[in-house]
Design a protein around this ligand. Structure first.
Ligand code: LMR
Length: 396
């Protein structure tokens, strides 16, 4: 049987990591997968995380299973981060959270939920979007379509085209929005545009799913939640898939969440009961460690303050790298004005490089970026900025 299996193409993002590991060039640079690196190229464990782990090691007394929905303390803390402590939705019991194995796991739970409860719905994805979005919905048997989002000509949001496409989405479908730090473009919906987005979805009877994997990486924890919170003012129902991979640096712990907003408490309970069915049939119940770390930090004032400081350091490093790249490209005489990179937010930027140019970067400079031209700005060491800029100018 297995002789007939056709080998699959490597993953568009994680496959590049494998190719990078196999590259023997000592000067190779990996700007593919979205993982933060410090000035020396290390992905650090945050101090608040280390301290929480030390305390957990002392106090933990069992490795028994968590419930299907995960750690209950964690489940209570996540909505406050998304919607703001004391939000009316929380008081009305319309919000519920289930723990998930990372942001990808959250998306797959939602995809299974849609497949089993809304089998005739389509999920609309931005053009472009994270390459794994279509994979996840396809694996669950949910059809996807795309709406206009990015304007290649000036590296910006094509707001009018987006609004016009969103207005045409049929009632009963879902629209995937990136809460902040759009992946792959780094181009976000502006704060004052979210009202119109919420209104068009409300009028159209369309449910938003917000992929919210980078809270705190754009402008700040509260600032980055403006999109989610504005949508919640307009629509009665929504889904948020969030992750602590980036903002807590907990990549390998696979810790994320699905948070649903329902029209009332009964509907909320019914939705969670259905999410539980999806989880049980998939991985049964989640791993505990990441959730316990997050709950420990968010449940402790001093650790939370430390987290805010450490998160700001990561965010500021990325903002600084964006400025360095734009300035270096200019001083090296780049044929393309890279000032746009300082306008974008989060880990990623769309360089506008073609697939051929991306391949040339890899073949001739051992510089690895995603085939669609996305670079992980947060993956550059200080010492690599000039080398990377020179390579990009060479292929341009
Ligand atoms: C990325 O887009 O690089 C990250 O979200 C990691 C991943 O799983 O692709």
């Amino acid at each position: 049987m297995f002789e007939k299996v056709e080998p699959a193409a490597p993953d568009a993002i994680l496959g590049l990591n494998e190719a990078f590991q196999a590259d023997s060039n000592p000067n190779k640079i990996n700007l593919s997968v979205g993982q933060f690196k410090d000035a020396e190229g290390k992905t650090p464990i945050l101090g608040c995380v280390k301290q929480a782990e030390e305390e957990l090691l002392k106090s933990e007394s069992s490795k028994g299973y968590l419930g299907i929905v995960g750690d209950t303390n964690y489940g209570k803390m996540v909505p406050g981060l998304l919607f703001g402590e004391g939000h009316q939705l929380l008081a009305e019991n319309r919000v519920a959270t289930v723990q998930s194995p990372g942001g990808t796991g959250a998306l797959r739970i939602v995809a299974d939920f849609i497949a089993t409860n809304f089998p005739s719905s389509t999920v609309w994805l931005s053009n472009p979007t994270w390459p794994n979005h279509p994979n996840i919905f396809k694996a669950a048997g949910v059809p996807t379509k795309s709406y206009a989002y990015y304007d290649e000509s000036d590296f910006s949001l094509n707001y009018d085209a987006m609004m016009s496409d969103l207005a045409k989405v049929p009632a009963g479908d879902f629209v995937m929005l990136h809460g902040c730090c759009h992946n792959p473009t780094g181009v976000d919906i502006a704060d004052d545009q979210w009202n119109a987005v919420g209104e068009v979805l409300k009028i159209g009877g369309v449910t938003p799913i917000v992929d919210f994997a980078y809270q705190g990486f754009g402008s700040g924890i509260e600032e980055d939640a403006i999109g989610v919170r504005t949508l919640a003012k307009h629509v009665d129902e929504m889904i948020v898939c969030s992750s602590f991979s980036k903002n807590f640096g907990l990549y390998c712990e696979r810790i994320g969440a699905v948070t649903t907003v329902a029209a009332d408490a009964d509907a909320s309970a019914a939705v969670i009961s259905r999410l539980k069915k999806c989880i049980r049939a998939n991985y049964s119940n989640p791993p505990a460690h990441g959730a316990k770390i997050v709950a420990k930090v968010l449940g402790d004032e001093a650790l939370t303050s430390q987290w805010h400081v450490e998160l700001a350091e990561m965010r500021n490093r990325i903002l600084d790298l964006r400025k360095q790249i734009a300035a270096t490209m200019k001083s090296l005489g780049s044929p393309v004005d890279f000032r746009f990179i300082t306008e974008q937010r989060g880990m990623f930027s769309f360089t506008g490089l073609t697939r051929e140019q991306v391949q040339k970067l890899r073949d001739e400079h051992s510089l690895y970026i995603v085939g669609n031209g996305r670079i992980n700005v947060a993956g550059l060491r200080d010492s690599q900025v000039e080398i990377a800029c020179k390579a990009i100018i060479d292929v341009l």
